[in-house]
Design a protein around this ligand. Sequence first.
Ligand SMILES: NC(=O)c1ccc[n+]([C@@H]2O[C@H](COP(=O)([O-])OP(=O)(O)OC[C@H]3O[C@@H](n4cnc5c(N)ncnc54)[C@H](OP(=O)(O)O)[C@@H]3O)[C@@H](O)[C@H]2O)c1
Length: 258
Amino acid sequence: MDLGIRGKVALVTASSAGMGRNIANALAAEGANVVLFARSADKLQAVAAEIEDQHGVRALPVSGDMLSSEDVERLRASVQQAFGGLDILVLNTGRAPNPLRATLEETEEARWHEAYNNQLWSAIQVAKTLLPLMLGRGWGRVVAITSASVKSPMPHHALSTVFRAGMTAYVKHLANELGAQGITANCVAPALIDTSHRVGGAAYTPAQTEARKRLTPLGRMGAQEEVTGTVAFLASRQAGFITGSTVLVEGGMVGALI
Ligand SMILES: NC(=O)c1ccc[n+]([C@@H]2O[C@H](COP(=O)([O-])OP(=O)(O)OC[C@H]3O[C@@H](n4cnc5c(N)ncnc54)[C@H](OP(=O)(O)O)[C@@H]3O)[C@@H](O)[C@H]2O)c1
């Protein structure tokens, strides 16, 4: 299926590694030019080179911090200068503070501020600064990476759930306000996705991973491509009548009927 995004311009935040990098690759494989944004300039350069080499599209690395308004403004100026506008915005972020704890044990104000900054404010700062580049083009896609915890809160995940829920609300407001511009806004809510590739090791021990596999009817962890494919679909022409929604990518872990 041709997703209809060949030649479009896609910005993927938090894309020097992990899911963000994989999402940028997936969009580039469909012919989109990609803008990469994260703090590690050297890693971003390598990801951009890999994408240009493998997919024959343009990949623009812009190094900076999603929490710095100056860096995000420089990102906006770079996208404007290189491409003149933006079609697809994927709001991926860094992770919640590690390790996660039981809710009543989350007593440190600094951890709550860190979680808010990493998972909510960072994405809002990018959205409010970059979305003006998407207006007036008659077409656009916003996809935010949240967590399945917004549908079914997972133990020890309060620091994530609280701010992912906030992001879900923000995206719903965007969907309502941007629809008339032909722009959709949706969330992809993953859980139990394999991160064993991660530099510094997976988020869970082998024993924890085995226990987590049993949380789903499928009895396994999710593959990165099962998240990236969902993001690419929501960015596609064919997903044009889906907006304000959250698509779970959690192997059926959430037990709700709808
Ligand atoms: N795996 C799952 O099952 C699952 C489930 C639910 C949600 N998620 C969420 O999915 C997201 C991606 O996960 P992941 O495993 O790919 O994480 P990861 O491997 O730790 O990668 C995080 C990325 O975020 C970038 N980053 C962090 N802080 C940043 C900042 N302030 N400004 C710019 N870039 C920043 C990092 O690059 P630099 O260090 O170069 O800046 C890196 O590229 C996370 O938010 C995670 O919580 C994952």
